[in-house]
Design a protein around this ligand. Structure first.
Ligand code: MGD
Ligand code: MGD
Ligand code: MO
Length: 646
């Protein structure tokens, strides 16, 4: 980890256009002067921040509170918008709170597991191991346009055409209702909206959907029958659903199936979103971006009072409105409304959708600060000021995983050079900004953890019963909720807990909502000029995102192709006269990249796949979003592929 790419001192761009090392004192002063300068020239709302699901909850909370309650920054979002926003929105609307219901034990307790747009063999190998440990010889159904490693291990693979999930899930729901696989008692006692669901899905006939989706009617019937007859069915989804222009409704179609068949709140069941980044769940709760810290509401005075009280801050420093979403912040840069940007632990110049546009936009900013472990990420290269950060293992704090488990991360080594934990960078900024007093209690991560416990009181994520870091360490992590009342009643927290075992959801009426919508067509379907649908996602177990960390490991580097490649079906390759290993040009309406052809039957005809790990992939993607969650739809755009002479 002491690679030459690590940022070891703050770096400031000089008049010659290159970065020069400076001390922390100058770095903090420059940061504060520049941010204030932009706010004075263009108004307070002209500075925004973009953060991450990869720092501890205490740091996220500090950042969100400092920026919004201390520095008056209104617009902020994080890379969780690229990743989990759809799941969060779907849960909130369906259950009344962003609450993944499951516990990892459910992988082992199911007799039928359905994976939709998820490739856990590659992306979640530890969870996949738990599936392999399942002793019930479960049926495994995978819905994915590619024949992934996970699909190969499944007993049923519905290899659908991209973005046909919503219609397919409605057809399955229709089948379940028509064949009376419905848990009527559960539906009438614990849900609302069943009649509307039934009437809407009635028009999704399996035969019609099958030809559109490119799978056989028999395969859909078999999957529906398996789900209907299963006694403990769990449904799991990841980015093939979240990163879709109808992702929220698709996630809710999955939730609907679990609800109407009574597959929730029991061992081996659930409508379960698998999280991506190590602390995406923490950012959903604590980042203070889309919702007021601890999943409260900015527009609710009672919530604002409660949060102000728990933080010991004045009510007037709590804003009454939420922020723009990520795409609107980027649009704000384009329109000249955002002039200053502070980017923490994320690399949008690589990962934001339609990236060439983003890189151009960064040039329009008057000030850009990047806080990262590495000084040379695609984003850091555009920065005026780079703040060097300690990474995982070099600092402490807590993370929350997909099963709502709060776990302690310990410091096992010193950060290189002058790199500081993000926590201490925020403390420094608070001091130089002149709000040290307001954050006097925020001395160290555990002190902040205690503040967050107070904020969580009486929320579904109540964690007031945890006896500090000591107990988190002793128990190997504790799932929320764990309230003071729980601790008094039960003593030790049980190892595995799932939500909704009492059938009560978090909406005021205690019921879950069955939510449906019309299916809308793909915005950029393949046509005669751009005949291929481009899919993007994770390529190998040994690559992580923009590879700032994984490329530092000589061992990992041997395990994946160093140069970008495109997977293309053998029949398409033949028609286009492309040989395996040959260079090809992949063009979309936005850009073009030269990559190596990997001819493989894992993708179907008319489709191609490029991993997201290469810095050029997002030059091709189309800027379009789920309207409810604002999450980018990274996995569908039209391209053409042209052979290059080597
Ligand atoms: N090794 C490794 N592991 C990782 C990561 C990494 O970079 N490297 N990143 C982590 C993060 S942040 C995340 S979010 C997760 C992501 O984990 P996953 O979501 O499992 O990974 P992806 O490859 O992005 O997408 C999953 C699948 O969606 C499929 N898909 C594409 N379009 C559609 C569609 O229209 N319908 C359906 N049903 N499926 C579709 C793709 O073919 C792909 O196989 O992985 C985490 N784990
Ligand atoms: N085409 C396409 N694009 C995609 C996706 C896709 O499937 N297809 N997937 C999307 C998804 S799911 C995600 S999650 C995003 C990920 O997108 P990014 O967040 O942009 O990618 P990362 O490489 O994870 O960037 C994290 C950065 O944080 C830094 N870092 C790590 N730990 C720390 C720390 O403790 N402190 C600080 N200050 N810095 C730290 C790392 O060095 C790295 O530069 O990409 C999205 N983009
Ligand atoms: Mo992600």
């Amino acid at each position: 980890m002491d690679s030459p790419d690590r940022a070891t001192t703050p770096l400031l761009r000089g008049d010659d256009g290159t970065h020069h090392p400076i001390g922390w004192d100058e770095a903090f002063q420059t940061f504060v002067d520049q941010v204030r300068g932009v706010q004075e020239r263009h108004g307070k709302d002209s500075v925004a921040f973009l953060s991450t699901g990869q720092i501890p909850s205490e740091e996220m909370a500090f950042l969100g509170a400092l920026a919004r309650f201390g520095m008056g920054i209104k617009h902020c979002d994080g890379n969780t918008r690229q990743c989990m926003a759809t799941a969060a929105t779907a849960y909130k609307e369906s259950f009344g709170f962003d609450a993944p219901p499951y516990t990892y034990d459910d992988y082992e307790q199911s007799d039928c597991l359905v994976f939709i747009g998820a490739n856990p063999c590659i992306a979640h190998p530890i969870m996949w191991e738990r599936v392999l440990r399942n002793q019930k010889r479960p049926e495994i159904i995978v819905i994915d346009p590619r024949r992934t490693e996970t699909a190969m291990a499944a007993s049923q693979h519905l290899q659908i055409r991209p973005k046909n999930d919503l219609a397919l899930l409605y057809a399955i729901t229709n089948y379940l209702i028509e064949n009376d696989f419905v848990d009527h008692d559960f539906v009438s006692a614990n849900t609302t909206g069943f009649e509307q669901l039934r009437d809407t899905v009635a028009s999704y006939d399996i035969d019609a959907v099958a030809s559109q989706a490119g799978v056989s009617p028999a395969a859909i019937r078999r999957a529906a029958e398996t789900i209907g007859k299963g006694t403990a069915v769990s449904l799991w989804w990841t980015m093939g659903v979240n990163q879709s222009y109808q992702g929220t409704r698709t996630a809710q179609a999955i939730i609907n199936i679990a609800l109407i068949t009574g597959n929730i709140g029991r061992p081996g069941t659930g409508a379960n979103s698998i999280t991506g980044q190590c602390n995406a769940m923490g950012s959903r709760l604590w980042s203070n971006t889309t919702s007021l810290i601890g999943h409260h509401r900015f527009d609710d005075e009672t919530d604002r009072r409660k949060v102000a009280g728990a933080l010991g801050m004045d009510l007037d420093c709590i804003p009454t409105e939420g922020s723009w979403k990520y795409d609107r912040i980027i649009e704000g840069v384009r329109r000249g409304e955002i002039k200053g940007l502070w980017i923490i632990a994320t690399n949008p110049a690589h990962t934001w959708i339609d990236q060439s546009d983003v890189r151009e936009l960064f040039g329009k900013l008057e000030f850009m600060a990047v806080q990262d472990m590495y000084h040379n990420t695609e984003t850091a290269q555009h920065a005026d000021l780079i703040l060097p950060s300690a990474g995982w293992g070099e600092k402490e704090g807590t993370f929350i995983n997909s099963e709502r488990r709060i776990g302690l991360i310990k410091k096992v080594r010193r950060a290189p050079g002058q790199a500081l934990a993000d926590f201490h960078i925020f403390r420094g900024i608070a001091h130089y900004w002149g709000v040290a007093e307001q954050f006097a209690e925020w001395t160290d991560p555990e002190a902040v953890f205690r503040i967050l416990q107070r904020v969580s009181r009486d929320q579904p994520c109540d964690m007031t019963g945890i006896d500090g870091y000591r107990e988190l360490d002793a128990c190997g992590g504790i799932q929320w909720p764990w309230s003071q009342a729980d601790a008094e009643k039960y003593g030790e927290p049980p190892q595995q807990r799932r939500l909704f075992s009492d059938g009560r959801f978090f909406h005021e009426d205690g019921k879950a909502r069955l939510i449906v919508d019309d299916v809308v067509p793909m915005p950029e379907p393949p046509d005669s000029t751009f005949p291929i649908t481009l899919l993007t996602g994770r390529g190998t177990v040994s690559q992580w995102h923009t590879q700032t960390r994984t490329r530092q490991s000589p061992v990992l580097r041997l395990l994946y192709p160093n140069e970008a490649y495109v997977e293309i079906n053998p029949v398409d390759a033949d028609e286009l006269e492309i040989e395996h290993g040959q260079k090809v040009r992949v063009q979309s309406r936005r850009g073009q990249v030269i990559v190596t052809a990997c001819v493989t039957a894992t993708v179907r005809r008319g489709q191609a796949f490029i991993p997201m790990h290469y810095d050029t992939t997002n030059q091709l993607t189309l800027s379009h979003f789920d309207p409810h969650s604002g999450q980018p739809s990274y996995k569908d755009c039209a391209v053409r592929i042209i052979p290059q002479s080597n």
